[in-house]
Design a binder for this molecule. Sequence first.
Ligand code: HEC
Length: 132
Amino acid sequence: MQNRLRVKWLLATVAVICVMSGIYYADLLRSAFLRNPIPRSVESIARGRQLFSRNCAVCHGAEGRGDGVAAAALPRRPDDLSKIAPPPVFPDGVVAYRIINGVKTMPAFKSTLSASEIWDLLNFIRSLAPAK
Ligand code: HEC
């Protein structure tokens, strides 16, 4: 009897935690299902590269290796963007969400960049990954 009650409490607690983190991370969860609407064309990658060198390279370095001029001054060096795991591990929507909302020391770009610019950046970042 005691044990059954304990299991019930445990299940109830787990359920509450799941619901609460579901609400807290709802935007992130939703973004996991977003698809990049802009095809990974040469033009889009070129636009992304230009946006990247203007907005991101100070920290991330021109090729996204985490060796930008400001990187040394950051509390945490940015990771090598050519190594961002491809979907399904990190879907495009989740990477876009990080750029839009920022990550810890990285600023949010939602007021600076348009949606299509974010997707061009995504195409550029994906193009950095070594071809398989
Ligand atoms: C002020 C420096 C800075 C700028 C500018 C910056 N970033 Fe970052 N970025 C970081 C840091 C630092 C991290 C690592 C975050 C952490 O874990 O603390 C990061 C992480 C990331 C990540 C990985 C997120 C993840 O899920 O791990 C992506 C993608 C990214 N940046 C893209 C961009 C893009 C695209 C731009 C330009 C629009 C940009 N960043 C501009 C510092 C910067």
